[in-house]
Design a protein around this ligand. Structure first.
Ligand SMILES: NC(=O)c1ccc[n+]([C@@H]2O[C@H](COP(=O)([O-])OP(=O)(O)OC[C@H]3O[C@@H](n4cnc5c(N)ncnc54)[C@H](OP(=O)(O)O)[C@@H]3O)[C@@H](O)[C@H]2O)c1
Length: 297
């Protein structure tokens, strides 16, 4: 059993997380066999992955994390998201946060959530004192350890400066560097933990035709404009070594439903940051084309 994956401090939260985390969005798909989901989740922990990221909105994901990992709860940092999706309760109200946390605890068969993110709500919602106070109460009651936000752009920038959150989750990849340049320096200076989501740009390089209407479409377009050359590396390695070692990033949560890709990603992060010439190329391409590109939720 390989358990040597590099771990990092998660800001000033007192938690530590592996450089590669597991984005458990794909684990929630009904098309994924439940035994296979269990194999993937357990394999992640066996490989030394100590951050699992899920959400209320990821289909069967929270349920499967509970079913397959409840017995190993002390081995990982559990991240989820909410603010919505509680039966009989209006979204983005204190009740949606409180009952959402209680519901997530039951679903995931645990007595604590390490990171609870407000899931991509706009700035106006984020600033509401009634919602922030409810997060504080959940933290004081020990139901959640860190109040967090998952999102982009001006809302994310406000969160980093607000002093009300302990960590953030944001898009960081070769085709999405807004947060990297505009928020992560401030977040790091203030001791926030930072999770890089969409860290391999949804593997957009794999599409020969524009993936119309798919999540990867914007990144596919950006990659065409950036004209990056991964040198002698495979694209997944090029993309992941960039995001996992980007300044300020604590953990890069690649999403996958496949054990082979999980194992491949674990091997990739062992190779460390990209060489300086590739980083310089990515930086120059971003400067030329990326100035107007915001973060993609
Ligand atoms: N608003 C939000 O809060 C938000 C938004 C987006 C994402 N997230 C979080 O971030 C996680 C990751 O984001 P994401 O899944 O959108 O993007 P991503 O991690 O950049 O890309 C995931 C895609 O890459 C493929 N893949 C994984 N490893 C690969 C490899 N070595 N080679 C080739 N393809 C590979 C996966 O397919 P296979 O399944 O076939 O491996 C999947 O289609 C999500 O699971 C979720 O936890 C949060």
């Amino acid at each position: 059993m390989l358990r040597c994956m590099k771990q990092r401090e998660f800001g000033k939260t007192g938690l530590r997380v592996s450089v590669l985390g597991l984005g458990a969005g794909q684990v929630g798909a009904e098309s994924l066999d439940d035994r296979e989901a269990g194999r993937l989740l357990n394999r992640a922990l066996d490989l030394g992955v100590t951050l699992i990221d899920t959400a209320r909105g990821y289909g069967l994901s929270e349920e499967r994390v509970g079913r397959h990992l409840a017995g190993r709860r002390d081995e990982f940092v559990l991240s989820t998201k909410g603010g919505y999706g509680v039966e009989g309760v209006e979204d983005w109200t204190p009740g949606a946060i409180r009952h959402g946390i209680e519901r997530a605890l039951r679903t995931m068969r645990t007595d604590r959530i390490d990171l609870f993110h407000l899931h991509s709500c706009p700035l106006g919602t984020l600033r509401r004192e009634d919602l922030l106070a409810e997060l504080d109460r959940a933290r004081e009651a020990g139901l959640i350890r860190v109040a967090a936000y998952s999102g982009e752009n001006e809302a994310l920038a406000w969160v980093a400066e607000s002093g009300r959150f302990g960590s953030v989750e944001t898009s960081v990849n070769v085709a999405d560097q807004w947060s990297l340049h505009h928020v992560l320096p401030e977040a790091a200076a203030r001791g926030l933990g930072v999770i890089a989501k969409r860290p391999i740009a949804n593997a957009a390089w794999q599409f020969t035709e524009r993936p119309v209407g798919q999540y990867a479409e914007v990144y596919w377009e950006r990659l065409r404009a950036l004209r990056l050359d991964p040198g002698g590396l495979e694209w997944d390695e090029f993309a992941l070594r960039f995001s996992a070692f980007a300044p300020g990033v604590s953990s890069a949560i690649v999403g996958t439903a496949r054990v082979e890709n999980l194992e491949r990603n674990a091997a990739i992060v062992e190779r460390g940051p990209l060489p300086a010439d590739l980083l310089a190329q990515i930086g120059a391409a971003w400067t030329e084309h990326g100035g107007e590109w915001g973060g993609e939720v």
